[in-house]
Structure formats: structure tokens, C-alpha cells
Design a protein around this ligand. Structure first.
Ligand SMILES: *Cc1c(COP(=O)(O)O)cnc(C)c1O
Length: 383
């Protein structure tokens, strides 16, 4: 058994990263400033999109976009239930209704067919999720949305470095990335909105800082008017320079991080092939470059003779951390009790919600770590 606990995720932070953050702390300017501006520019260049806006989190980004799109009472937001809770919560908080669509049982992606079946005259926005670092089949969804005059916001929280049909996620349309510590690159907490819609980007820039046309940095350093006034009520969702300097450094290594993740994922695939109680996710059938945000398996609970929760507990007892991405939103207390959701609505989502488990995957892991995980799994399953 491993003597040291292997977490399911860990950020890659070097001494030079720490020095760079310390330099910002010593500089006298620690909130949104030159580093945040540089990070936005470099991120947009990396993705190939016309503009990027740095934010306090991906959730903050979705909140300002929902506000900019005017999402409110009577509106419907189409998104999967197999995702993080943020998008559904924001829809509810805006007074709108989250409309959950089922995902493919083996890729966990939504499809244009499932979305088309859920569209009504109240549908205001579609939020597909690029799951685990692979990509949703966007082209048919974009065509459908265009035909119906509905907005699309891509949840790219798992997709920093993902390519769909040769174009990087975020290059076209509107996408939101997350830099939470478990994501492929981190700023501590943070997010980035990439959009090719110049009017939307301008609104987001304003809404992320009180609804002023400028932020504190613009006023002090760029010689803009300190008499800026509220153009519309906004939020306080700017990214600090303390975070942004880390983002700049992480972005420079994103390709290297993702290549390491891909190597480890291929190692897992090879070593797990002999364990028939575990079913990894399937590859999608269109061209993608996978960012390998997560390595997900589904436990055959009948064959294993144990629940997924017990499987995770047994691995933890053997010093192996795991994650759960995700527990279906529509089966969580509030959604069952207050939003009229019920088990049986989304069979593929529910099947996965009961069986899904994320194995350790992060760039500083070694081949030995993968072996330790697989050995522990074999022991738990008594192989
Ligand atoms: C992490 C995550 C988010 C939220 O990102 P934050 O930066 O923590 O707000 C949204 N959607 C998905 C699919 C995520 O995994």
C-alpha cells in the first residue's frame, strides 16, 4: 500500500511561480492591473479569439453573461444535469428554469438532438459542457441555435487546450474557462470569458466591475476619467493581479501540462483494460484533441458487488484519492424538492451519477502513481 496519500488532483506550482506572485505582492499594485491585462491578451492570443475578459471565477463569468443576455423569469436555460451545479443555480437565482437534457451514456456529452427535443418558445440560452476535456459536437448545436435565434454559451471549464474539428475551444462563439485549482491551469480562483461577439465582450467588461465603463486600473494608470459613472448596475467579478500573474505562468506551460495528462491517461487505459468492472469514458466520433481534464471510470456495481461510494471509500483507505464529477444536479435536494425534478427523467445521466468516479490525474503524477492506483483498485475488487 502507498505510504503517502495520492490526491485526485493537485496544482502544478513551482518556486518561480511563487516568486512571481511575491513580486506582485511587493509591487504596490495587487488588484486588477497590468498583469490582468497581459493575461487577457496572452490568453486570447493562445486561443485565437478576438477578445478575452479575466474574471473572479467561471461561475462569475456565467453570471455576468446571463445578466447580459437578460435571462430572467419565464426563461429556460438548456444544460446537462451531469455538470457542476453553477449554471443551474445561476438560472434559478435569475428566476429562470434550468431545463436539463440527457447526455450520451459513454461520452457524457449533450447532442443537438437532445437539445432540439428540449427547446420551447421560452428557451433563451443553451449551455453545452465540454466534458472531461473532450469536446461537445458543437456544429449542429450552433446551427440549431442560429435557426431558432437562441444564444449559446460553451462551458469550457474542462477544456483549456481542447480542440474541436481543428479549432481550439474558445476561438469562435462564446466560451467560459475556469482556473479553479483542480482545472488544467489555475489562478487560485479565476475564470476567462472568450468571445467573438464584440458587443457582448464590451458588456461583460462593464458588468464585471460595477457597471462602470472603466475599472480602477483604467482610471489610475491608463489616464481615463476618474469620474467614471454607473452605466448599468454591475457586479464585482474582476481578477486580481496576484491571480493573473500565476495565470500567465500557467498558460505558458498549458501544452506541457496537457501532454503529461494525455500520457498518464493512455497509461491508465492500458492498465485498466484488464479490469472489466471499470468502464472508462468512450472517445467521441468526430476529431478532437482531448485536454484530459479528468480520467473518469464507471463502476459496474453489480459485478463489483459494491456501491461507487464504497469503492471510493476503499480506495481512500488505501491512500488513493478520487473525485466525483458529477452527482446529477436534478437529483440533489433543492432540485428534487423545489424544482419538481425526479429520478427517471434522465436515464443516462442517472446511470452515470450512480457509478462515476474520477481517478487521480495531474501533471506531476508519475507512472508509478498510476500503477499504485491500479494496484489499489485490483485489491479493492479482489482481483
Ligand atoms: C469547475 C466548473 C465550473 C465552475 O468553475 P469555477 O471557476 O469554480 O466557478 C463550471 N462548470 C464546470 C463543468 C466545472 O467543472
Amino acid at each position: 500500500m502507498r505510504s503517502k496519500f495520492l490526491p485526485f488532483s493537485a496544482p502544478t506550482i513551482t518556486e518561480d511561480d511563487i516568486t512571481a506572485v511575491a513580486e506582485v505582492l511587493r509591487s504596490g499594485w495587487i488588484t486588477t492591473g497590468q498583469k490582468a491585462a497581459d493575461f487577457e491578451k496572452k490568453f486570447a492570443e493562445h486561443i485565437g479569439c478576438p477578445a478575452a475578459v479575466a474574471l473572479a471565477s467561471a461561475t462569475a463569468g456565467m453570471h455576468v453573461v446571463f445578466n447580459a443576455l437578460g435571462i430572467g423569469p419565464g426563461d429556460e436555460v438548456i444544460t446537462p444535469s451531469m455538470t457542476w451545479v453553477s449554471t443551474a443555480n445561476l438560472a434559478v437565482l435569475a428566476g429562470a428554469m434550468p431545463v436539463f437534457v440527457d447526455v450520451d451514456r459513454d461520452t457524457l456529452m449533450v447532442s443537438s438532438e437532445s437539445i432540439a427535443a428540449a427547446m420551447t418558445s421560452k428557451t433563451k440560452v443553451i449551455v453545452p459542457v465540454h466534458f472531461a476535456g473532450s469536446a461537445v459536437d458543437m456544429d449542429p448545436i450552433l446551427a440549431l441555435a442560429k435557426k431558432q435565434g437562441v444564444a449559446v454559451v460553451e462551458d469550457a471549464a474542462h477544456a483549456a487546450g481542447t480542440f474541436y474539428k481543428g479549432r481550439q475551444v474558445g476561438k469562435t462563439g462564446t466560451s467560459i474557462f475556469s482556473f479553479h485549482p483542480i482545472k488544467n491551469m489555475t489562478t487560485g480562483e479565476g475564470g476567462m470569458l472568450c468571445s467573438d461577439d464584440a458587443a457582448l465582450t464590451e458588456r461583460i467588461r462593464r458588468l464585471k466591475f460595477h457597471g462602470l465603463g472603466v475599472d480602477a486600473f483604467d482610471r489610475q494608470m491608463q489616464g481615463r476619467s476618474p469620474q467614471a459613472e454607473v452605466l448599468e448596475p454591475g457586479y464585482k467579478y474582476n481578477m486580481t493581479d496576484i491571480s493573473a500573474v500565476l495565470g500567465l505562468r500557467q498558460l505558458a506551460r498549458l501544452e506541457e501540462f496537457n501532454a503529461k495528462r494525455a500520457d498518464l491517461a493512455m497509461l491508465y487505459r492500458k492498465r485498466l483494460a484488464e479490469i472489466d468492472e471499470l468502464l472508462p469514458l468512450a472517445d467521441v466520433k468526430y476529431p478532437v484533441r482531448h485536454a484530459w481534464h479528468l480520467f473518469i471510470v464507471r463502476l459496474n456495481t453489480d459485478k463489483a458487488g459494491m456501491s461507487r461510494d464504497d469503492f471510493m471509500k476503499e480506495l481512500k483507505a488505501r491512500n488513493i484519492g478520487t473525485g466525483l464529477h458529477f452527482r446529477a444536479i436534478h437529483l440533489q435536494k433543492y432540485y428534487l424538492e423545489k424544482m419538481g425534478m425526479r429520478r427517471g427523467m434522465l436515464p443516462n445521466t442517472e446511470w452515470n451519477s450512480d457509478r462515476i468516479c474520477s481517478l487521480p490525474l495531474f501533471p506531476t503524477m508519475t507512472g508509478q502513481d498510476v500503477d499504485d492506483v491500479v494496484d489499489a483498485i485490483k485489491e479493492v475488487l479482489k482481483k
